[in-house]
Design a protein. Structure first.
Length: 285
């Protein structure tokens, strides 16, 4: 009888001390809109490779914010969590501190929804001890300067081979759509050949075409101003349908040379996201 009581007490004591000594465990959660195009995998893999190099001791997980894309991937047997599901799973798996990194381009709708999710989880009992959030690619003046500079260097050898270099940004109905027009200014400081347009916002393709006409442009490079070369890049930008940018511009007798590479495939661009994640990781305590 006595033995049993002692054993029971011992078990209770051990479990209490085990709970008290549950070590802190840091994690990184990379969050992107997502893409169902297998071709975009190279971009995501490149980000992960660079992030793993920068944070060798912190496990990295992924979340996609697009439900449509998550559903599409699920049908192919690929399970990718939403940010909320990923954070809940990380809590379940023993993580205590998580730095979430937004892989969005501007602080638009997607980023602000992510901010709300992070804030909600920070107020949830028995979840994670602390969650911090890294800024998207473009946030500060410094980010804009760094990205414009990186872009100039990335395309330096291509620039002389065409009259203009056109970027296709996504565009947003959020007030931060102004980043696209703003970034045009930073790009112009690097080269007058750089032109920014968006699929769903301002500047429009028409704005770009007005500029092209004014500058008597005969040939252009055309590339996405998005993290990956997914659906928009392959269809809206470089597709063979009548309404793609490539076809519309070709009909104006302009030579179009598409580059199907996302920004996340260039390490000098990924470096800006890494800087933002460093701040978020440093904030963990
Ligand atoms: Co879209």
């Amino acid at each position: 009888m006595k033995k049993t009581v002692i054993l029971l007490l011992l078990t209770v004591l051990i479990s209490i001390s085990a709970f008290a000594k549950q070590p802190d465990k840091k994690g990184i959660l990379l969050v992107t809109f997502g893409s169902s195009y297998p071709e975009t995998r190279v971009a995501f893999q490149n980000i992960e490779k660079e992030m793993a190099k920068a944070f060798p001791n912190i496990p990295i997980r992924w979340a996609y914010t697009s439900k449509i894309i998550r559903n599409k991937l699920r049908k192919r047997g690929e399970n990718i969590n939403s940010p909320a599901m990923a954070l809940a799973q990380m809590a379940e798996d023993g993580f205590t501190h998580v730095a979430v990194q937004s892989l969005h381009i501007i602080p638009g709708l997607e980023y602000n929804a992510l901010r709300q999710t992070v804030s909600a989880f920070n107020h949830m009992p028995k979840a994670l001890k602390q969650i911090t959030l890294g800024k998207p690619l473009l946030f500060s003046n410094e980010d804009n300067e760094k990205l414009a500079h990186a872009i100039k260097n990335i395309f330096a050898d291509k620039l002389p081979q065409a009259d203009a270099f056109v970027f296709m940004g996504h565009g947003s109905e959020h007030a931060s759509n102004i980043y696209y027009a703003g970034f045009q200014y930073y790009l112009s400081q690097q080269s007058p050949k750089f032109m920014m347009g968006t699929v769903e916002g301002f500047p429009t393709l028409q704005n770009v075409m007005d500029k092209i006409e004014k500058n008597h442009v005969k040939s252009i490079w055309l590339t996405p101003f998005m993290s990956v070369a997914g659906d928009h890049a392959r269809n809206d930008m470089a597709g063979d349908e009548d309404d793609s940018w490539k076809i519309i511009l070709q009909k104006k007798n302009i030579e179009v040379k598409p580059i199907l590479k996302g920004l996340a495939q260039y390490n000098s661009v990924v470096a800006i996201w890494i800087e933002h994640l460093k701040i978020a990781v440093d904030e963990l305590q």
